[in-house]
Design a protein around this ligand. Structure first.
Ligand code: NAD
Length: 458
């Protein structure tokens, strides 16, 4: 597909002002909702073919979220897009003052492979709701799902409104060499830096949804069995290939043995004695990632798991014991079904480990001490997190979802996605029936009156 003509058509279409019409946007979102609902089974099949993602996980972590984001946007669009009147400044008296939500123009969305349907569609919904024209570049590593994204978008939109351009790194680089009005990127930190450099050239506003090493702290007062069950769910969902999966465990040394036993039980309860034959356990996306993960297991103490099958890209849910953060699994984001455990006996040790990494996308703390949870939440900077569970902050569209520092910039979900793809344009309308003369030169003798005026009126 030729890239430049599509972008030119989208620019012309945006200029026509048609996307500014709220009912036009709503109709487009309704078509998309219908098409996603019609294709539920096909999407589940595509995700299964791409990396054996179970239908249940496809629904709760991709299709179901897309459907609820669409329904929310359709229901709330009038309210979200209405200009907001603010209290006018006394300095501007008499006036009205408003904030208009304005679409940026022609925007680019680049998606990753790990939630390939959700992470192409969720930003698209906000971009369309906000009145932009959109090009989506889904991941090349999930060809079946990316093709369905193409089919669905082509069925719902004219290319001049929304289009999909498929391709690998070279296509992504070509897209990044073009001037866009906004870029929304989800992917790894190194590629995030490439995107940031490319957008600097044109000062393009950008959202970067990246990754990192998300810690999971368990103190000696936590409910160990429940913690293990919830951690196993959040970690091995999508076979650990989740940006907000707990990356590593920091556990109080007193409860480590109990926790390891509970982890083994929770893994077996979820996936049976042999997770390879479980219908509920996905595969590693490709050989490159498979080898990257296997390397992390060399020379490490495996507490459970470790079984692998390269031909099937299978790696069992695996827990390893790391005696220091020098182990291979602690060098970079794991992004797979390996869970390293590190023990602590003091809060200083927690601090040393967490602070040796960049600000994480998520942080989880398991404890029954409210004061400990509060301290951890306030002390560390992270994108978002949960007390006594994992991953579930993703589920509430009212909570902005995004990273901080190296784990990303900007946030989305629900109304936050609409806001992300809108420029807030502030407008003051000065009435003409009165013109207070104090601000005009010559200023001599006016300052004391200005101060008096501000003291009593502001
Ligand atoms: P990736 O960065 O390798 O690829 C993401 C997208 O960028 C793909 O579409 C790819 O084609 C493109 N790309 C790859 N190399 C590029 C280059 N040199 N120049 C331009 N574009 C390039 O990421 P991935 O492997 O698809 O996804 C895994 C990463 O994404 C993990 O680090 C994970 O934490 C992160 N992630 C973050 C979130 C979030 O919401 N914060 C969600 C999912 C995944």
């Amino acid at each position: 597909m030729e890239i430049e003509p599509i972008i030119e058509q989208q620019r012309q279409f945006f200029k026509s002002q048609k996307t500014k019409d709220i009912s036009f946007r709503k109709k487009a979102l309704k078509r998309l909702l219908e098409e996603v609902q019609n294709n539920e089974e096909a999407i589940q099949n595509a995700l299964y073919q791409d990396f054996k993602k179970p239908a249940f996980e496809s629904y709760i972590s991709e299709i179901g979220i897309v459907i609820s984001e669409l329904k929310l946007a359709i229901k709330k669009l009038n309210q979200w897009s209405k200009p907001k009147t603010v209290i006018p400044s006394v300095l501007n008296f008499p006036s009205w003052e408003k904030i208009y939500q304005e679409p940026y123009g022609t925007v680019l969305i680049i998606g990753p492979w790990n939630y390939p349907f959700l992470l192409s569609m969720a930003p698209l919904i906000g971009a369309i709701a906000a009145g932009n024209t959109v090009v989506v570049k889904p991941s090349e590593l999930t060809p079946k799902t990316s093709q369905l994204v193409v089919d669905i978008i082509e069925k719902c939109f004219d290319k001049s409104h929304a289009a999909v351009i498929q391709g690998d790194v070279l296509i992504a680089q070509k897209l990044l060499s073009i001037r866009w009005d906004y870029i929304f990127f989800t992917g790894s930190v190194p590629v995030g830096k490439i995107v940031a450099k490319a957008t600097a050239e044109f000062l393009t506003p950008t959202t970067l949804e990246l990754g990192g090493k998300s810690p999971c702290i368990i103190d000696e007062t936590a409910d160990i069995q429940l913690s293990a069950k919830r951690i196993v769910w959040g970690k091995f969902l999508n076979a650990g290939q989740t940006c907000i999966a707990p990356d590593y465990i920091l556990i109080h040394e007193k409860v480590k043995d109990d926790f390891v036993a509970s982890l083994k039980t929770a893994i077996e309860n979820a996936y049976g004695e042999n997770p390879k034959v479980s219908d509920d356990y996905p595969r590693i996306i490709n050989q490159r990632n498979f080898h990257r993960l296997i390397k992390m297991l060399e020379n490490e103490t495996i507490l459970t798991g470790g079984e692998k099958d390269e031909t099937d890209l299978y790696l069992a849910p695996t827990v390893i014991h790391c005696t220091s953060s020098d182990c291979e699994a602690m060098k970079d984001e794991i992004f797979g079904p390996i869970l390293p455990l590190l023990t602590f006996s003091s809060e200083e040790q927690i601090e040393t480990i967490i602070n040796s990494y960049e600000k994480p996308l998520s942080l989880y703390v398991f404890t029954s001490k409210k004061s400990f949870a509060k301290k951890i939440i306030q002390k560390y900077s992270f994108g978002g997190g949960v007390i006594n569970d994992t991953v579930v902050h993703f589920a509430n569209h009212r909570l902005p979802f995004g990273g901080v520092g190296h784990s990303g910039q900007g946030a989305y979900h629900g109304k936050h996605t609409f806001d992300t793809f809108s420029h807030s344009k502030s407008v003051v309308n000065r009435f003409t029936w009165l013109d207070v003369p104090i601000r005009y030169a010559p200023y001599k003798g006016k300052l004391k009156w200005l101060k008096l005026f501000l003291k009593y009126l502001s």
